[in-house]
Design a binder for this molecule. Structure first.
Ligand SMILES: [Zn+2]
Length: 181
C-alpha cells in the first residue's frame, strides 16, 4: 500500500498544557536529579560522614559509587529527546578511574553501570526503595559532557521507550508525573 506520507515527516517541538499546574510546558522535557536516590536512604544526621557528594559523583560509605549521566529517550515525531539526568552505580575501580580522568576527554570509554529506576512515571512511589535495576553502558564523552547512559536490552518499560521511542501522549504523561513528582 502506498504511504500516506509522500514527503519527509515534519518533526515538531514538544509542548503540552499540563494537567497538574495548568501551564504550557514547552520543549522536550529535561529532568535531572541532583542526588542519587540512595543518598536519601542515609539518615540525614549521618550524611556528613557517610556521603561524599559532588554535582557529578557520589560515594556512600566508601562502598557504593554513583556517577551522574544523561539518558536520551526519543519522542516519536519530535526533534529533541526526553532527557533524564540520572545516576548509575559503577564498580570501585571504574569509579576511581572516572574521578582521576574527570577533566580529560572520556570519548571511547564504556563502563558498566547499574541504573536504579527512580524516575517518576517508571516506578510506583508506593513501592519506595524497591527500585528496578537496569544494566547499562556508561558511555564517556568530551570534557564537560556527562556520560550517556545506554540501557541494555530488557523488558522494562524504560528500555521499551528508549528503543522504540515514546508516543506524544506517553511523553506528556511521564513529563507531568516527573515535573511535579
Ligand atoms: Zn506542569
Amino acid at each position: 500500500m502506498e504511504s500516506v506520507y509522500r514527503f519527509p515527516k515534519i518533526t515538531h517541538v514538544f509542548e503540552f498544557r499540563c494537567r497538574t499546574c495548568g501551564e504550557v510546558h514547552k520543549g522536550s522535557p529535561s529532568i535531572g536529579y541532583a542526588k542519587p536516590a540512595h543518598y536519601y536512604s542515609v539518615p540525614e544526621a549521618e550524611r556528613a560522614h557517610r556521603v561524599l557528594l559532588t554535582s557529578d559523583t557520589c560515594a556512600i560509605d566508601n562502598d557504593t559509587y554513583f556517577v551522574r549521566g544523561v539518558m536520551e529517550v526519543p519522542i516519536r515525531g519530535v526533534d529533541a529527546p526526553f532527557t533524564w539526568g540520572i545516576w548509575v552505580s559503577l564498580s570501585h575501580d571504574n569509579f576511581q578511574r572516572y574521578l582521576h580522568t574527570f577533566h580529560e576527554d572520556q570519548t571511547g570509554t564504556v563502563n558498566f553501570g547499574w541504573l536504579p529506576v527512580t524516575m517518576r512515571g517508571y516506578f510506583d512511589p508506593t513501592r519506595a526503595r524497591t527500585w528496578d535495576m537496569l544494566a547499562t553502558d556508561v558511555v564517556g564523552r568530551g570534557p564537560g559532557n556527562r556520560p550517556l547512559i545506554v540501557p541494555h536490552k530488557c523488558n522494562h518499560p524504560l528500555y521499551r521507550d528508549y528503543a522504540q521511542g515514546m508516543d506524544w501522549d506517553r511523553a506528556v504523561d511521564i513529563a507531568e508525573r516527573a515535573l511535579h513528582g
